[in-house]
Design a protein around this ligand. Structure first.
Ligand code: P6P
Length: 342
């Protein structure tokens, strides 16, 4: 699907994230500049976290703080730094009334008339930090529902993914990229950080997930805990055959942002299904599954829990988990076909 908005050719000077967002918002009647300002703030926080991630090995911020977060996982120092960085920046920016973070047990409410709600996984893939594997930040932006004259409340946060106004992620890898979408109408666009000047420049215009690809990304170490329908799906992917071309090749980093980013670029499917241990799945609906579901749908892909569209799942709890199948539309449909047989 051709998106209605196309950035102008950049000529000799690259298009910065700020310029790109400003141009997109100029296409939005009634845009007040609050959304643009919030994206600028997230861009600043991403640069600050990138700097700390790059220095982690030298700055003694590797290793564990000894604390345990609400997920019961030992908190890496970088997790804390990333969480504090994003929350401090958006609090100062005055455009947000509430932040739901993987690192916070409860919502961080921000007094004032902020029009937006931020859901964020400040540094996903933290178990990979010490191994120098790509990690990332995942964020979603909602419009507040409550009257801005009063305090925000949980209802502002527990919105379905279909209500997202924008979503994005930052992948701190061999290069640092920020990918975001303000919805299918605007497309999905990727910006690569030029560390020599600290600017994100448009590098991946109008990203579309390939419709047909033969790569699957799943932790097969969970085999013994999987439902039979999941095992049957994996076995099918590994057999010779057509429609799509099989056998599929396997790629798995164990860092959602890295695995999802590769799937968005190359096509195929990422899955973290439910299993006997993680009966609701492992990944979080609000700040992991929903942002990626929003982005993948805007890029022509799909995101499901195996039965339902991720963006339609009504959140009931802040840290609610969900199974996640993310990727090219035909690959997600194949998973659902096997799940329907059980
Ligand atoms: P497993 C990382 O800890 C994470 O939350 C996601 O980034 C990643 O997709 C998943 O867990 C990996 O989980 O059980 O395969 O190590």
């Amino acid at each position: 699907m051709q998106t209605s908005w196309r950035p102008p050719d950049s000529g000799t000077v690259g298009i910065t994230l700020e310029a790109h967002v400003a141009q997109q918002m100029a296409m939005s009647p009634g845009a007040s500049g609050h959304f643009t300002s919030l994206l600028y703030q997230l861009c600043l926080a991403a640069k600050l976290v990138d700097s700390r991630v790059r220095q982690a090995g030298l700055a003694g911020v590797l290793g564990y703080t000894g604390d345990v977060n609400v997920q019961g996982e030992r908190v890496q120092k970088l997790d804390e730094l990333a969480n504090e960085t994003f929350i401090t920046v958006v609090k100062r920016g005055g455009k947000v009334c509430a932040v739901a973070s993987e690192e916070l047990e409860e919502v961080a409410y921000v007094p004032g008339a902020g029009r937006y709600v931020l859901t964020i996984d400040p540094l996903d893939g933290s178990s990979n930090i010490d191994c120098n594997v790509s990690i990332g930040t995942i964020f979603g932006i909602y419009r507040r529902l409550s009257d801005s004259a009063g305090p925000a409340d949980l209802g502002d946060v527990l919105q379905p993914g279909s209500a997202l106004r924008a979503a994005g992620y930052v992948v701190y890898g061999p290069s640092t990229m920020l990918v975001y979408s303000a919805g299918a109408k605007f497309g999905v666009h990727g910006f690569t950080l030029d560390p020599t000047i600290g600017e994100f420049f448009l590098s991946h215009r109008d990203m579309r997930i390939p419709d047909h690809a033969s790569t699957y990304s799943v932790n097969e170490g969970n085999w013994v805990r999987w439902e039979q329908s999941t095992r049957d799906w994996i076995d099918w992917l590994k057999q010779e055959g057509e429609g799509p071309k099989r056998p599929f090749g396997a790629r798995y980093v164990g860092s959602l942002v890295a695995d999802a980013h590769r799937t968005l670029l190359k096509g195929g499917v990422f899955a973290y299904p439910a299993d006997q241990k993680a009966k609701e799945g492992k990944l979080r609906l609000l700040y992991e599954a929903n942002p990626f579901a929003f982005i993948f749908e805007a890029a022509g892909g799909r995101a499901s829990d195996g039965r339902r569209r991720i963006l339609d799942i009504p959140p009931e709890k802040l840290h609610q988990r969900t199974p996640l199948v993310l990727g090219s539309a035909d690959c997600v449909a194949d998973f659902e076909r096997f799940a329907a047989k059980k």
